[in-house]
Design a protein around this ligand. Structure first.
Ligand SMILES: [Zn+2]
Ligand SMILES: [Zn+2]
Length: 325
């Protein structure tokens, strides 16, 4: 399913398949998660996609061919392909164990073709084996919603009370991890989203309510997954002194001006960008131990546009996943 230009529906296309180059694997895709980032690319809010482009960076599939020099993987191996497609290994960030901030990175489903497809090519150094406890569809959301959520939660340090704004794919995974770690989770949804709030409570959240409401007690930290800039001052207002507000999305509407007193008191406002391979190794080992249960709603690959629309309008409980033929 190909994006030929922003703000156009994806189109089913037959594309030629080349053999994997040195260091690459050819993956037969079984399932691919639909992430809000895909919407930001399709809608033109992320402005530098490869075009035409195959979206999708939560890819689960099996290796069907390997290029020269690939020793870590064999034909038949089940692998996951995440957003981080490749890094340079030489820039100051790569050398400082911050490859998520690489100066010349490649991203799956953005600067290289992703997994809304029957097959894809991936750099063998940036794919992961997946825990057996998850079938293909249920493993897919771990690869971005889970990984980015995991990185965001780490920036909450030892917060005992964590607010999560936007209770979609990432939130439903990371709430389970936070609760398992002994934290209390307060879930904020779109005003009036009773189903979303009930879903959050069913997963063990201590409180769920509208994002316009204050929490029942101040937060030690907050994580924003909703791409809504006005939630930044709202989250700062809900967070106690020395607390951290983490912005987990890649794009957000403009943040309105707010009084300095919301940041005063050594509150920290920060973003989370991409993932490192170390994040992936840690999280994929941790997920089955919790165990984190992924809730998925599936569409056939040919209905990728419908799945994107469902994510856009917030109609998905848990994560949207495409099943690839
Ligand atoms: Zn780099
Ligand atoms: Zn993503």
């Amino acid at each position: 399913m190909v994006l030929e230009a922003p703000r156009q529906p994806l189109l089913a296309r037959q594309l030629p398949l080349r053999d994997p180059a040195a260091g690459e694997v050819l993956v037969e895709v079984a399932a691919c998660g639909v992430c809000r980032t895909d919407l930001h690319v399709a809608d033109g809010e992320l402005t530098r996609p490869k075009l035409p482009l195959v979206l999708g960076h939560e890819v689960v599939g099996r290796v069907v061919a390997a290029g020269a020099g690939v020793e870590r993987l064999r034909v038949g191996d089940r692998v996951g392909v995440p957003w981080l497609g490749a890094t340079c290994g030489r820039c100051p960030h790569c050398r400082a164990a911050r490859e998520n901030l690489c100066d010349s990175p490649e991203f799956t489903g953005y600067t290289r073709d992703g997994g809304y497809a029957s097959h894809m090519l991936a750099d063998a150094g940036y794919v992961f084996s997946l825990p057996d406890a998850y079938d293909d569809a249920h493993a897919a959301p771990l690869l971005c919603a889970g990984l980015i959520g995991f990185r965001a939660l780490r920036f909450c340090d030892d917060a005992r009370t964590v607010g999560i704004y936007g209770f979609g794919a990432a939130a439903h995974l990371i709430a389970q991890l936070a609760i398992w770690q002994g934290r209390r989770v307060f879930a904020f949804t779109k005003p009036g989203d009773a189903d979303g709030q009930a879903f959050a409570r069913a997963l063990g959240c201590a409180w769920a309510g509208d994002s316009t409401q204050p929490p029942p007690e101040p937060l030690d930290a907050a994580v924003l997954f909703a791409p809504v800039g006005s939630l930044v001052p709202a989250a700062l207002r809900a967070t106690r002194k020395a607390g951290t507000v983490v912005c987990g999305g890649i794009h957000m509407s403009e943040i309105p001006a707010f009084p300095y007193e919301l940041l005063w008191g050594e509150r920290v406002l920060r973003s989370v960008a991409n993932l490192t391979r170390d994040d992936a190794e840690q999280f994929l080992a941790l997920a089955p131990r919790v165990p984190i249960r992924t809730h998925v709603q599936t569409w056939p690959l040919a209905q990728a546009n419908e799945a994107l629309d469902a994510v856009r309008t917030g109609r998905v409980q848990g994560a949207a996943v495409l099943l690839c033929p």
